[in-house]
Each structure stands twice: as C-alpha cells, then as structure tokens.
Design a protein around this ligand. Structure first.
Ligand code: 5GP
Ligand code: MN
Length: 335
C-alpha cells in the first residue's frame, strides 16, 4: 500500500468511484463515506456510496444518505457499479471480510483500491494506496485531513461538515475518549466556521429513538446484566426474545455497552447479542486492558484497544459460559 498523497494528482482527472464501509455502518462509517462522497462530487467525479448492509435509522437525516445503496437489497446493480469503477475507496474498516457479502466482489475487483481507516492491523496488500492510522479519533477526521492535504480544502461545505462531524462525535464518545486530540477540536472549530449546527447533529443521533428502545434499555439493565466484581467486568446478554419483544432494529443496541463501564471500578464491559446468524460481541475497556487483542484471540474479532467487537458461533448459553471461563486468565490484567 502506497502513501495516499501519491493519489492526489489523480483527483484532477474525472473518474468513476465507489465508496464503501463496514457492514452495519455506524456514525463514523456513514459520516466518512458521505463526507468523501460530497467532496468527490464537488470535484466533478461520478460517485456512488455502497453499504454492505442496512444501517440504523438515526443516520437517515444525513445529507446524501438517500442515495446510498444497500448491497443486500441491490446486489446486482451494486456489483455492476463495483465492476465499472475506476477507484474504490474503503473507509472505516481494516479487512475486507468486514464488508460481509461484498468481500468477494471487492477482492475480485481489479481497479485502484484505497484505504482510509483507523483500525489496527489493516490488510495492506489489498490496497494500492491508503492511510491507516490508529492514533486517529475517527475515519471522519482522516477524511477531513485527506481533503485539507489534497489542496482542495476550499471545497468543504456544510454537507461535508455535518457528515464529518457525525463520526468525529460518535467515535470520540462526544469528545471524551483519549483520541480526542487538539487536532480534533481544531477540526470542530473549522467546521463551526463553515456554519455547522452541532446541536442539530447531536439531536439526530442521540435523541431520536422511539419509546420502545428506552424501555428495552431498562429491561436490559435490570434483567440482563451481571457484574463480575472479581474481574472488574460487567457482562450483558440480549436474547432473541428480547429483540423481538421490544421490536429492536439495527442501531437500537448501539451504545448499550457503554452503560457497563459507568459502574465504578469496571474495566471491561462486554455485551453479546443473540442475532440470527451469530452471537455478536461488543467489548469496551478503560485503561490498559486491550480488547482488540482479546476479541482477536477469543472471538474472531478486533477493533481498537478500548473498543472492539467479535462473534461466537455457539449458542447463547454456551457463549456466555465460554466468556466466563476465558475471563479467568485475565484476572491479573483486570485488577
Ligand atoms: P462495536 O462494538 O461498536 O460494534 O465495534 C467497536 C469497534 O470494533 C468498531 O471500531 C468496530 O469497527 C470494531 N469491530 C466490531 N466488530 C468487529 C469485528 O468483528 N472485527 C473487527 N476487526 N473489528 C470489529
Ligand atoms: Mn471508526
């Protein structure tokens, strides 16, 4: 993978681009792809954003989201676009299998592939150009840096500002995680100067749920949480019946894992959701406990040091049992 700067000259020749992201895109994935989309459109390129799967409805206000294709819904049309593309931008994921059913089409595509991402251990050989920087708060910050470094910063507009602010805000936990650097705040200042209404973005993302989601959180905290004080770990599980009873949709479970870390002294929060296809894990940690490694070693996953995900193929009960067994080897690290 060559440095992304070497791609800048190509920005002045019109090209056909596809921009994609990880499955079940979050604020950073959708924000960074749409931010880049508006930028490349402003430069006159032919651009399509393709998501591997559907996404949470709290992202549906974002400028340009109505043009995003869902690969699972429009498989043929999306595959054709990938085959016709000159350039494919891959944002906010490190390995192609995080695009689920798109992995094969992306692997087979022979055009120029570009990575912009902040996860650990990227699949560098899959990309012609790219930038992978785990010190960055978000892929949105990296897209902003890309735009500014390209020499076309004057094209930044309010649509790009809203999209890029979204991922900056969600991936930093509203500007509280350690990766919230001075550069992050300088970027916010610049977006504000462009006219960004940050309150509007916060309201759309955090205050636009239905009643059932809040009741679901109440149920989960009351009946589905176990605190393993010996390991400074808080564990939560969500059953299929819970998902059904509260009519839980994509995105409704986002942020639930963060409640686990609000208990004094807790260093590891783990939640497993009994989805149709797999038991999906989310891990969050405070301090030195590295959930990226933990998820990689035990749950076919990965992510960042303090936020990662993974999966288990066993049933829910067996999965919980496995977790309680595995955690024993981390007793010392969790003190
Ligand atoms: P979340 O728990 O919010 O789904 O994910 C936390 C972080 O870990 C995100 O940066 C996400 O991209 C990453 N992540 C989640 N699941 C996986 C996974 O299965 N594999 C890898 N490599 N990263 C994941
Ligand atoms: Mn991200």
């Amino acid at each position: 993978m060559q440095s992304i700067d070497l791609f800048f000259p190509s920005l002045s020749q019109p090209f056909k681009a596809v921009i994609t992201m990880h499955q079940k895109p979050d604020g950073d994935a959708m924000g960074s792809t749409l931010g880049l989309y508006h930028f490349l459109k402003a430069l006159g390129h032919d651009v399509t954003v393709i998501s591997p799967t559907n996404w949470a409805s709290f992202l549906n206000w974002m400028p340009g989201v109505d043009k995003v294709m869902d690969f699972e819904q429009q498989r043929h049309a999306a595959t054709d676009l990938i085959h016709q593309a000159d350039v494919i931008f891959c944002l906010d994921f490190n390995v192609l299998h995080r695009t689920k059913h798109m992995e094969q089409v992306l692997t087979e595509a022979t055009c120029t592939k570009i990575l912009i991402d902040h996860h650990q251990q990227p699949q560098e050989e899959a990309f012609a150009y790219g930038i992978s920087d785990t010190s960055k708060s978000s892929t949105c910050e990296m897209v902003y840096d890309f735009i500014m470094a390209s020499g076309h910063g004057s094209l930044l507009n309010i649509d790009m500002a809203e999209c890029l602010y979204t991922g900056l805000m969600t991936d930093t936990g509203s500007f509280r995680f350690p990766a919230t650097t001075a550069s992050v705040h300088r970027m916010v200042a610049h977006l504000k100067e462009l006219g960004l209404n940050h309150t509007r973005v916060h309201d759309f993302i955090y205050d636009s749920f239905l009643e059932n989601r809040l009741r679901f959180i109440g149920h989960a905290l009351l009946n589905r949480m176990e605190v393993l004080y010996e390991y400074n770990t808080s564990l939560m599980y969500i059953t299929k019946a819970d998902l059904h009873k509260f009519d839980i949709k994509t995105g409704d479970t986002e942020g639930l894992v963060n409640y686990l870390l609000t208990i004094q002294g807790i260093k590891l929060g783990a939640i497993v959701i009994d989805r149709d296809e797999e038991r999906k894990w989310s891990f969050r940690s405070k301090g030195d406990f590295d959930v990226n490694t933990f998820a990689r070693e035990h749950f076919e996953g990965g992510g960042h040091k303090n936020a990662a995900g993974g999966r288990s193929s066993k049933g829910l009960e067996a999965t919980l049992k496995d977790f309680k067994e595995i955690i024993k080897q981390y007793h010392n690290q969790l003190q």
